[in-house]
Design a protein around this ligand. Structure first.
Ligand SMILES: Nc1ncnc2c1ncn2[C@@H]1O[C@H](COP(=O)(O)OP(=O)(O)OP(=O)(O)O)[C@@H](O)[C@H]1O
Ligand SMILES: [Mg+2]
Length: 251
């Protein structure tokens, strides 16, 4: 099935073995070229959703299509289309930065020219310069995150799935990560689906956001649309209205 929707999630349900119903009829779509943010309280189901999309977890019910491919029935095809940055990922400690980029590039490409291009692009995007010659174990958290993110974008997936890309980073490192996502998703034509707890971040970064509570999308729109709908000055106020005082509803 050909379509220009990058992601189509329909009625997703995930019940974990001990009966936790993490997703409860979740549906949303992401357009090609868009940066879409999933936000919601701890335990709302963001990571579960992203892991299902990345083919690492099977849904209990519902369907997910990545560029028209079913994540369960066509998982190999889907894996070729995406990069996934887990919530707490790192590169192997004993590898140099540059070796890690090459390792990932070779998983995706065989042509030496393509591999060289990924290496060049990831080096540039990461901004790590000479530090790429050092071992990953000597990197700070922010440097590791930049290495991973830059590599993930440089392989030019059609969809990058980023679980809390700036979690645990200081203000400066978070800004760098955000600017990487913004600049390179556009210029490399990578569609981005990310999760975040930082409202300012999604407000600045995302074309559209979905607010997820107890495994369902309860509100969705561009940051501007949502602020207008709730008569709020910031997305944080929208979030509080939606999660805390839902009975108040939109104005
Ligand atoms: N492997 C697992 N086994 C059982 N329950 C799980 C498992 N992983 C997650 N859960 C449960 O599923 C629900 C959703 O968890 P999930 O990690 O998807 O939330 P989240 O929105 O990513 O939260 P956070 O913002 O804290 O990262 C929670 O109730 C969690 O306890
Ligand atoms: Mg999570």
């Amino acid at each position: 099935m050909a379509e220009n929707l990058a992601v189509r999630v329909e009625g997703l349900v995930k019940v974990y073995p001990r009966g936790v119903r993490a997703l409860n009829g979740l549906s949303f779509t992401v357009n090609e070229g868009e940066i879409y943010g999933l936000v919601g309280p701890n335990g709302a189901g963001k990571t579960t959703t992203l892991r299902i999309l990345a083919t690492l977890l099977k849904p209990t019910e519902g369907r997910v299509y990545i560029y028209g491919h079913d994540v369960v029935k066509e998982s190999l095809e889907v894996r070729r289309l995406l990069s996934y940055l887990p919530e707490e990922a790192s590169a192997p400690r004993e590898m140099k930065g540059v070796e890690f980029i090459e390792f990932i590039a070779k998983l995706r490409y065989t042509n030496p020219r393509d591999i060289a291009q990924v290496l060049e692009e990831a080096s540039r995007i990461s901004g790590l310069g000479k530090d790429l010659e050092r071992k990953v174990k000597t990197y700070s958290k922010g440097m590791k995150r930049r290495l991973l993110l830059a590599t993930m974008l440089a392989v030019r997936p059609r969809l990058a799935i980023l679980d809390e890309p700036t979690s645990g980073l200081d203000v400066e490192q978070s800004l760098r990560i955000r600017s990487i996502i913004r600049r390179y998703s556009r210029s490399l034509g990578v569609t981005v689906l990310l999760s975040s707890h930082n409202m300012l971040e999604v407000e600045r970064l995302c074309d559209r956001i979905g607010i997820i509570i107890k495994g369902r999308i309860v509100e969705e729109g561009s940051p501007q649309e949502l602020k207008e709908k709730y008569g709020a000055e910031t997305l944080e106020d929208v979030f509080l209205a939606v999660t805390g005082r839902r009975e108040a509803g939109p104005r």
